[in-house]
Design a protein around this ligand. Sequence first.
Ligand SMILES: [Mg+2]
Length: 352
Amino acid sequence: MFVTATDTGVGKTQVAAALLSLLADAGASPAPFKPYESGCTRLSRPADALELRSAARSSDPLDQVCVHRFRAPLAPGIAAARLGRVPAFRPVLEAFRGFGRRPLVVEGAGGLLVPLDPRHDVIDLIETLGLPVVLVARAGLGTLNHTGLSLELLRARGIPVRAVVLSRASSAPDPSVEDNAAWLAERHRVRVLGPVPFIEDAARRRRAFRKALRSRGRQHAPEPSRKFSPPAARACSAACSAARLRIGRVESSARQESRHMGDVIDLTLVSDARRYFQKLLDTRGLNYFLRKDGGRLFQIEQSKVEMIVRTAARSRPAHLPRPPQHAVDHCRKEIRRELIRRVVEAMLQTGL
Ligand SMILES: [Mg+2]
């Protein structure tokens, strides 16, 4: 999961820390990743990275958690340029790979178009890592525009958005807050969590973010849980709080109920499947996945998609539980979507 925001100082670190702590509570051994951090008073103590590492209860090396650090409170690419440096992209990807199959929560830097180096903005990093996004946004006036722009850009790049989290930046009255969540959910067909109230006390603030991330939030469509009885919904809600944000493994006791949920995601499965897909793509080429039906029509070989998902499911370590059916269904959808994106890109490039 990649936590990005409409702006800087909106609450990314709080959201990322809450996700990591929820995953840690579920026994998932999550990996914290804050690849670029600016505004470090001491380069040896990057505050956000340390907060994420502590929330994840991890002992990952700080050099892996936070690859590039800058003193200046500026966009990383600009802070680096002022020092006459170009922060290398490759070590960031190597650090990412180093986390292996663990569930990962990445905190970006600023918003989507913040430069990381002369060639990459934050959105390029998200695309390269192939992660879904949680978008953190202000709860008050101005957020419809900022959030809408960010969502449009993510959609244009084909990056899936799991949720928008609204966070209040001050306790001053703002009459726009009461409508923003519902408006965003309907207009952009996205799940909206929060608004998380403005709380000065750090411990209470942490609890408020955790609560928002566990909640069902506002959705544009009816909840799947309406189809089944309240007790089943409650059991599911308790056991699948992490899964609701598509971040967690579903506990085996809740597997039956979770079959009814449309949004259970297993990040390990998806990232394994993507890796295997890329490997096949590199060795066999795009045509391996396609049948050509004359003219400009291409048909995806569903059996190849199935094979990728099955291989990813089979290759998981013995200590991980078998992925629930909905996670497998989701993984299949992700691979199909990725495949379609690659086909369209190739067609556009070759002018077919
Ligand atoms: Mg931060």
